[in-house]
Structures are given as C-alpha cells and as structure tokens.
Design a protein around this ligand. Structure first.
Ligand SMILES: Cc1ncc(COP(=O)(O)O)c(C=O)c1O
Length: 460
C-alpha cells in the first residue's frame, strides 16, 4: 500500500462519521473505500473492480465517469457558481423546472428545488399543511404512509418513515403521521389473515386500508398520503394491479393529496421518466432527487400540481420555506446535461427492453433453497431470502444478523458485487444497477449471487 493510500484509510478511520453505519464493524478491518468509477463499475483504493449493483445508492443512472457531466458542472461553476432561488431565479433552474414540468404527467408544473430526497418529502408535507390552511381546511395536517417505507431522515420525513427502529432514538417526532399496510403481496396471507388473495384482491384490500385510516383519523384532519411507486424498504414491493387507481379514487373522495415519493423510482429506474407513469396514475405531488443528476451533483425537487400553487399566487401569501443550496446552479446544469444523455441514448427504451432479461436472470435463482421471492420493476429488484421456501418462514433476528451483516454483505462485496443486503423488513438483497447495464452485467450479478447465496445456505 502506498503512503497516500494509507493516509486516506487512516483519515477515514479517524475522522469520518459514516451514515447508517455500525462503526464497530470496522474496528478490525479497513473501511471499504471507493476511488473511481467507469460505466457500471467502481474501483476501490487497492484497484479492485466491483460491479455497481446499486448505482451508488439508486443514483448513478447514466453510469460512472461521464466526462460531459463533469464538463457541464465546470462550465456552470465558471459562469455562475452560486445564486439562491430566494426571490431570484437563474437560467439553469428555470430551464430545468420547465423541462421537468414538461415530462411530468398531468398538471404537475411547479418545481420547488431542494438538495435531496428527504428535503423534498419534508417540503411536500409542509406544502400540504399550508395549502389546506389557505383553502379553508386548517385542520388538515396529518399524513398517511406505509409500513416499513423509508422517506428520509429530517424529522418530518422521518415521522412519515415507517421503520420503527430508525425512529425510536429521535422520538418525539413530528406528530400526525399514521401507518397503513404496504403492498407486500408475498406476505399477504400474514398481513390480511386471509389465505390466497390474488394480487388484485390484495391491492384493493391494501388501498382500502388507506380509506379506513382516513376515516379513523377524521377526513378533515388528513392532508396527504405518501407512497412510493415501488416501495424500496422491505425489499421492492411493486403495486398490485389497480392499487394506485383505487388509491387515487380514495384521495379524491376525501380531498387528500396523493404524494408519489419517487426519490428512487423517477428518472428511468422503472423504465419511465417518473415512477407513476409506469403504473398509470397521476399524483398531486412528486418528490424526487437521486437520479436527476445521476449523482454528479446533489439536487432534489418537489413537483406540485398547479392547483396547489394557486393560493400562493396573489397578495402577501408565501411559502416560508427554502434551502440555501436548493436548485444549485451547478446541480441544475448537470441535471440538464444528464437528461440530454437520457434522450440521446434512449435510456428509458433501454431499461424497458431489458427489464424482462434482468427479471429472467434473477428468476433463474429461484432454484436456490434460500430464494423465497424475486420481485421488482425496471432496473429495481429485490430478492427475499427465506429459511423455508414452502412455508415462507423467515429468519430469526439472530439468524438474520448472522446471515446479512455477518456474512452476505461482505461476501458479495468480496466477490466483486456492490449491492445491499437489507433487513429493514424481511431479509432481502437489493439490486438497482446503472441504467446502461445490459445482459453482460446481469449475468455477472446472477453468477456472483448464485455462488454467495449457495455458500450462505451451506453456512446456516
Ligand atoms: C423513497 C425515498 N424517499 C426519501 C429518501 C431520502 O432521500 P435523501 O437521502 O436524498 O434525503 C430516500 C432515500 O433513499 C428514499 O428512498
């Protein structure tokens, strides 16, 4: 190891505070350190190559190492490195807002920029609260979200998040958020207590739980429902057919805003520009971030239906909310260049054409005794691991700890695949490669998973 490499690893050990990380895991070993990326691959500090099976963190849509995105950033930094969107505009934010509005479904035309996804969620809840105050329904402030769903870490977004373990240390959080069942059809028997519901029946049942929750809380107190098109945490739950159509009806019936949290599902992850387009629904608000710049600079957005902007148009009304770096000129310029690549290379077409192949490659793993379910959409998949396929018995907390944290995460990484073994719900492996990946990368993913999952089963 060279001295500079040694210095970096030491600095990481001594001074970095990693996110969502047990630092104890690195007491005896170095912190994995990635120095470079190219296409669907990244390289660590020792020069070892890994297939980026998670596009960083559902972010690097166009792949690593794109010079034109770096150049777009440099050009913008030279021209206008920074100006805020507080009472002023700058060209790249305006152009990006217009371009996003043109791509969204329906009349989702107002773009409020943030620096990331959690801030977009936070912004959506605050807008929902103020909107209803302005239109004479001041009691409407509560939100409904789904079990195990992750919506970010600011205290409002964390309150909407449905993962108790992430919240306990920060209670009391923002009051007024309520949980309903998610769209985990694989576990529908346990969730509903009814055996053998079809996906359609389960979708209807799950959507109805939202209506019941609104009734229980009082429709005049509920402002919004937050749902991802495909729920990430818990392991990739696509919506059963009809789920979002019923949810849309329910939201309209009770005058509750439908917020589609597309922080992961927008920008081609599902093969469509926005996630709701894949499942044919039009929300009132979209929250998005990650893939907008493919990660070459940070940005997020809350995109609202024009009618939600109406009460803010006149008089002395304003949305007293903002972020210094929201809609940063460099990030906005990079986002525009990123969207140019999407168009030029037809990435949406590429994902749609390849989705069946990716699915097939992962489905082929179903012969392994540990693979209980394979589910997802586009380039966004989860593999649920089980102890007994026939009964769907899952692992105990202890086994899950040994399997996921003790073995799988590291073994997959050592085998050259960066992806995520997640236990926020039942244990799952999550896969979401860059959108430029194709059969060669799918095969590599399949091959590494087969080897490591086989080993994991043998160890149990
Ligand atoms: C659905 C969803 N919402 C919100 C967030 C929070 O985004 P950020 O980490 O950019 O704040 C995430 C992050 O993964 C997410 O997946």
């Amino acid at each position: 190891m060279t001295q500079p490499e040694h210095d970096v690893l030491k600095a990481a050990q001594d001074n970095l505070w990693l996110h969502f990380t047990r630092h104890s895991a690195y007491q005896q070993s170095e912190i994995p350190t990635i120095v470079r990326g190219e296409g669907s691959y990244v390289y660590d500090i020792h020069g070892k190559r890994y297939l980026d099976g998670l596009a960083g963190l559902f972010v690097v849509q166009v792949g690593h190492g794109r010079q034109e995105l770096a150049e777009a950033a440099a050009k913008q930094a030279q021209e206008l490195a920074f100006f805020p969107l507080w009472s002023y505009a700058h060209p790249k934010a305006a152009e990006l807002a217009q371009r996003l509005a043109a791509m969204t479904p329906g009349e989702l035309n107002r773009v409020f920029f943030t620096t990331g996804g959690g801030e977009a969620v936070e912004t959506a809840w605050k807008l929902a609260k103020q909107y209803y105050k302005l239109v004479g329904k001041p009691l409407k402030h509560k939100v409904i979200s789904r079990q195990i769903a992750y919506h970010g870490t600011p205290q409002g977004a964390l309150s909407i998040t449905g993962i108790p373990a992430f919240k306990q240390m920060f209670e009391p959080l923002v009051p007024g958020s309520v949980r309903v069942p998610n769209t985990n059809h694989y576990r529908a028997d346990e969730i509903t207590g009814v055996k053998g519901m079809t996906p359609e029946e389960y979708g209807f049942w799950a959507a109805e739980r939202v209506a019941r929750a609104i009734e229980m809380e009082g429709p005049d107190t509920v402002a919004a429902v937050f749902a991802e098109p495909v729920q990430n945490a818990g392991g990739c739950f696509p919506p059963p057919p009809g789920y979002f159509q019923r949810l849309r009806e329910i939201c309209d019936e009770y005058d509750v805003l439908l917020v589609s949290d597309e922080v992961i599902c927008a920008f081609g992850r599902l093969g469509t520009m926005f996630g709701g387009q894949k499942f044919d629904y039009v929300p009132d608000i979209i929250t998005c971030a990650k893939g907008m710049t493919s990660g070459y600079a940070p940005i997020g957005a809350m995109i609202a239906h024009e009618r939600l902007f109406e009460p803010f148009k006149d008089g002395d009304t304003m949305f007293a909310h903002g972020y210094t770096f929201g809609g940063h000129p460099v990030s906005a310029a990079v986002a525009l260049a990123n969207l140019d690549i999407f168009e030029r290379e037809d990435l949406l077409g590429h994902v749609s054409a390849n989705e069946p192949r990716f699915r097939q490659t992962l489905d082929d793993l179903r012969d392994l005794p540990i693979v209980g379910d394979v589910r997802g959409s586009g380039y966004f998949w989860g593999i649920e691991l089980v102890k007994d396929k026939s009964t769907k018995e899952t692992f105990s907390a202890d086994e899950s700890e040994r399997l996921l944290r003790g073995f799988l995460s590291k073994a997959l990484y050592d085998a050259g695949l960066y992806c995520r073994a997640d236990d926020r719900g039942d244990p799952v492996i999550q896969l979401a490669p860059p959108l430029i990946a194709g059969q060669k990368e799918f095969d590599e993913i399949g091959q590494i998973l087969r080897g490591v999952l086989g080993e994991a089963w043998a160890k149990l």
